[in-house]
Design a protein around this ligand. Structure first.
Ligand code: F0G
Length: 460
């Protein structure tokens, strides 16, 4: 089989990058309290903190955004976005919002009654927080295979149907607000959900009269995995797979900063419930803006509509997922412990195995982010015990199943040469410190609530 990568674009505009000296890096990370969120982007060489809003836009997205209609109500650009959401996902109603968490805020405000639960697959942190903020409780029902970094289950993002049914019975269906499916599952390692699982979730929801909501941030990457891993869909074009996926959802929240290929934006999609649409309008006006712009400019809505068209292109997805996979394979070849299978938007390093002699409660993944910055000026992010926080009832630190360092790849932004540099930095830290490192980090100042952005640390 050919190993050639076909890259379906070339660069026309570039942005300069600079690697700060070792001395500068050491100074900057100390001043940042050993928290990479506190670094200025200018002090980072390759920024792999997130794939959210960090990709490159296409010439066509730029061209269309020049033609944005900035009318307050019912703008032409809103209609274009609405038509595109209908074409891509089959939703009758589209409510623009400024980003994914805004969609979560509005939708949870109308869908959750106090003390209701939301079973789902490893809810993203803002999602979980919004559910709790609306008086509900998120319950993780991801399959067991999705909780381990080893093993090659092709759909580690799947929801455990039996577990979910047991939870529904335990609480009673009227205490369940909806079932949430995150595609792909970010917190679980960028792992996809199979079409069969989406069908099974739908059947379960129907049995108990419950709505199904997708967190659709990386829907196109999920569709690519369905095409390449689920035999039934091997010959099905991506746009058809996407439509089939969304047939099983009543609504979605969308962070357009991921698979709509734009720096900012989002929306709520509603398949057909006019009643839900009517209920969503007022909080949208209150929190975001009139419900035909919801915090987005006409330009941004044009770019979003174009992004939804481009993201379901098979050549694009083959390149995108292929680039992430090649980075993962390179790290594998160096013996670096990563989560398998390699996810869609990021490679996740299993920091407990990377630093086997650092105690688990000394934030090994946070430590790894610090070491990678020092070694090569690259910025990754912790998805582990710092991020997950404390149990809202007991105040105890939650110990997550995995403590991960996420190397997140922005869309269409970096070449594979950049990623070869990244792999080399990881390898150096692994060889020089992996098993010899014995001390980790502890909080200097623990920020309350969502703590991974602004807490500071010191070495134990
Ligand atoms: N859902 C998922 C699965 C996400 O990954 C994110 C954001 C959101 C919802 C919230 O969307 O940022 O537009 O408000 N994830 C980013 C990340 C921040 O780095 O993984 P948002």
């Amino acid at each position: 089989m050919s190993k050639r990568t076909i890259i379906p674009f070339r660069a026309k505009v570039i942005e300069p990058l600079k690697l700060p000296s070792l001395e500068q890096r050491n100074k900057k990370i100390s001043a940042a309290g050993l928290n990479v969120f506190q670094l200025d982007a200018e002090d980072v060489y390759i920024d792999l903190l997130t794939d959210s809003g960090t990709g490159a836009i296409s010439a066509m997205q730029l061209a269309r955004s020049m033609n944005g209609d900035e009318s307050y109500a019912g703008s032409r650009s809103f209609r274009a976005m609405e038509r595109q959401v209908m074409e891509t996902m089959g939703f009758r109603y589209t409510i623009p919002v400024h980003q994914g968490r805004a969609a979560e805020q509005v939708l949870n405000f109308v869908m959750i009654k106090k003390n209701q639960i939301v079973p789902g697959n490893s809810h993203f942190d803002t999602t979980k927080a919004h559910i709790e903020f609306s008086g509900g409780r998120a319950i993780d029902c991801t399959i067991d295979a999705g909780r381990r970094s080893e093993g090659d289950h092709p759909f580690k993002g799947n929801i455990d149907i039996e577990k979910t049914e047991a939870v529904i019975r335990e609480y009673g269906a009227r205490h369940v607000a909806y079932i949430l499916v995150t595609i792909t599952c970010n917190s679980g390692g960028g792992q996809p959900v199979s079409m069969q699982n989406l069908r099974d979730v739908r059947a379960l929801a129907n049995k108990y009269g419950l709505p199904v909501v997708y967190d659709a941030a990386r829907f196109a990457e999920n569709a690519y995995f369905i095409k390449t891993r689920e035999e039934e869909f091997a010959d099905t074009p991506i746009p058809y797979i996407v439509r089939e996926m969304f047939k099983h959802a009543d609504a979605c929240t969308m962070s357009s900063k991921k698979d709509a290929l734009v720096p900012i934006g989002g929306f709520i999609g509603i398949r057909e419930s006019e009643e839900l649409y009517e209920r969503v309008k007022t909080p949208t006006i209150l929190f975001e803006g009139f419900y035909t712009y919801g915090g987005m400019s006409g330009s941004a809505m044009e770019a979003l509509a174009q992004g939804l068209k481009e993201v379901v292109d098979l050549d694009y997805l083959t390149y995108r997922i292929g680039q992430v996979r090649r980075l993962g394979e390179l790290l594998d070849s160096f013996g670096v412990p990563i989560v398998h299978p390699i996810g869609g938007h990021a490679v996740f390093i299993d920091a407990r195995r990377f630093f086997p002699n650092v105690p688990q409660d000394q934030f090994p993944a946070q430590l790894l982010c610090v070491e990678l910055y020092k070694e090569g000026g690259i910025r990754c992010v912790e998805v582990g015990s710092c991020l997950i926080g404390r149990d809202p009832d007991t105040g105890e630190n939650i110990r997550p199943a995995m403590d991960l360092c996420r190397i997140t790849i922005p869309r269409r932004a970096y070449t594979f040469e950049h990623l070869e540099y990244v792999a080399d930095v990881v390898r150096t830290v692994y060889e020089e410190k992996g098993s010899s490192q014995r001390r980790g980090l502890c909080f200097d100042v623990e920020a309350p609530g969502i703590r991974h952005f602004s807490s500071t640390f010191r070495y134990v």
